[in-house]
Structure formats: C-alpha cells, structure tokens
Design a protein around this ligand. Sequence first.
Ligand code: IPM
Ligand code: MG
Length: 398
Amino acid sequence: MSIRRTREDSLSAGSDPFGGDADFGVWADQKDKPEQRMTELKVAVIPGDGIGPEITKAAIQVMEAAARKFDVKLTHDSAPAAAAAVDLGLPPLPDATLKLCRDSHAILCGPFGDPRWDNAPPADRPERAKLILRKTFELYANLRPVKPVPALLDSSPLRRELIEGADILIVRELVGGLYFSEPRGYFEDEKGRYGVNTLKYHAWEVDRIGKVAFEAARQRRNSVYSADKANALEATQLWRETMQKLHDKQYADVTLKHVFVDNCCMQLVAVPKQFDVIVAPNMFGDILSDIGAQITGSLGMLPSASLGAGVPLFEPVHGSAPDIVGKGKANPLAMILTVGMMYTHAAKRPDVGTAIDDAVAAALDKGYRTADIARGNEGEKLVGTREMGEAVLAALAG
Ligand code: IPM
Ligand code: MG
C-alpha cells in the first residue's frame, strides 16, 4: 500500500500546507500491482562534487542497462549544482538545474561539498544547494536503509555475529528541525559574535514523518523506535508526545518505543539487530545514519530516497570524498543502490530495484571490492570505480 496522507487522517489536519499530495511510491507489497508501474522515467541527474561525477558515470550505466532490461523508457539529462556549478561561474543551484528537476520524475543526485569552502559560513557553502532542493520539493521523508550485504559481513568494524541479519530503515525528517528553523544566522551582542540555530517542530511535521515510519514498519517487522532528546529539549518532548498520540490513534498495531538519541547511537553499535524502523528529527537522523553506515561496512554502501510533496530525490548518504577524487577508486555502490531506490520509489518498479540490489550483491559475492570495503581476505579482487560498475552490469545482464 502506498503511503498517502489525507487531511482526514491527519491528527493536526489543516495545519499542514502540503496536506494530501505526498506520494511515497511503493513498498514491498506493491510488487503485485503492475497498474501503478511507470513505463516512462525522466531523470534529472546532478553529478555533484568530488567523486560525484565518477560514481555517477557508473550509476548511469546501471540505470540505462536496467531500463533496457525491464522495458522502462528512460530519458535523462545532467545539470550542475554545488561547487561544480560555482566553478562554471553559476550559483550553487542554477535556475536551469532547478527547472530540469521540476520537469523530471526523479532527481538523481551525487554528493555535494568541496574543501575550498571548508571555512565558509553554511549559507555560502555548496552543500546549501542540497538543502534548498530538499526544501523546494518539500522532501520531508528521507529513507536510509541499513542492511549489510552478506558478502560484506566481515568488512564492518562490528563483529559478524552482531550485524548478521540486521535490517534497519532509518526514517529521517528532512526539511525541519535544526536545519531549517528560524531564527538562524550570525549575530552580535555586548559579549561578541554568536551563531544561532533553532530546533522547532510543529505537531503536524512530527505527524507526517511519523506516518511514514509507521506505514513502513507495517510492511516490515512492525516496530518503530522514535529517537528524541525528550529529557532535555522541549521540541523533542513534543515530538515524543505527538508520536505517541499518532501511535495510539492510528497505529496501535505497531510497536512503538521511544529512545533517547544518545542511547540510540550506543544501541546501534551494541545491538543493531533489535531495530526495525528508526524515526528521528533531521539532525539526529543525520548522525544516526552515519553510524548505521558502519553496520554495512562502509559509508560507500548506503543509498537514500527523499520523498514528500514534490519531485523525489535520490542520493547516496556519503560525501564527496575529496581525498580520493580523480583516482578512479571511489566505491560506486551507494550511488548504484540509490538508482535501485529510484526505480522502486519514483518509477514504482520495485522489481527493478530488487534486480539492482541483487546485482550489487552478486558482484560482491564474486569478490569484487573497492578499497573502502577491501579487507585483504582470500578471494577478494581489489578494483576501481569502473571495474566495480562493470561487475554490477555483468551481474544485471546475467
Ligand atoms: C547528509 C549530509 C547532508 C546533511 C550535508 C551534506 C548537508 O550529511 O545528507 O547526510 O547534513 O543532510
Ligand atoms: Mg550526513
């Protein structure tokens, strides 16, 4: 069943300016509903910064091969953003790039960020373009699946027995909280300069992300952990209350546990298998997902989907890795798995998404490893970005 919010079922109906039009694509049980499938898919590709262009090249090849194999009429066009745009004399999010995104069914986005802006204030940094994209399309639900591939169980810094069988979905609120609330900025008073960010959540914002988490849990193992800091912060005390009310009113069949975010971080590395869905405010979800990445062996393995009212955006969780740019050794798998999420959620083709996941698993089974996931074990073949992409393509064709 797709997650469709309606004003009627919203606890705080009427206060959500985007009420009713969010479409969360498909979950696993929609495999049997071919009528929802899209036969055409128009993708706006933003390769991004650093290793972005290298991994995007590999991901586009997989995206095209999957379209051919599964009869999707795929078209795609690329446009710059972030540092790549600034280097062309353009703003971090050029109008033409935004227009291309608006005119597409999905946005496939590489990592943003460049060390030349390391000391710049947030508003001037290239990554800002990503936040603007998320906000422009009101992509409030960021899905970050954390599921170790069997072949990589020994690549994680955590012991195999801890992570084997772990299967977590982090649902991160993406357009509110500390990242977007006002007031924000730099100010000055008699004690000198100071910086301000604000953590604010309306109940309707908690409601809409809570629904995504509960609906996802119903398709999985029926459990939601809601991460907050209700022992110290009012905004997340309200988060906790709202999650509980939503649960009691509409999702009593799902197990809901509240967990302080610091404890959640600890539990994620101590007993990762206890988690099914974790829902968290923007900032906490950012941190939790980087921890989650280590359960899969590398940040280079984590894809994500950002869904909401407008054009959905798909991006790997990792950054632009300036230290290995141009060396051809970046791991393209997070970006390739991201293409899989795009087929599942934007094109409503979970069959294609699953085929891409399987092809990645098969390439890893054959021993192919980029440097970040290589452990020097017997049978491993150390490869670069291009060869890893080719191994996935071969598996997809086979
Ligand atoms: C992420 C990233 C971004 C975020 C940065 C690049 C702004 O860390 O997507 O996790 O904090 O959301
Ligand atoms: Mg992050």
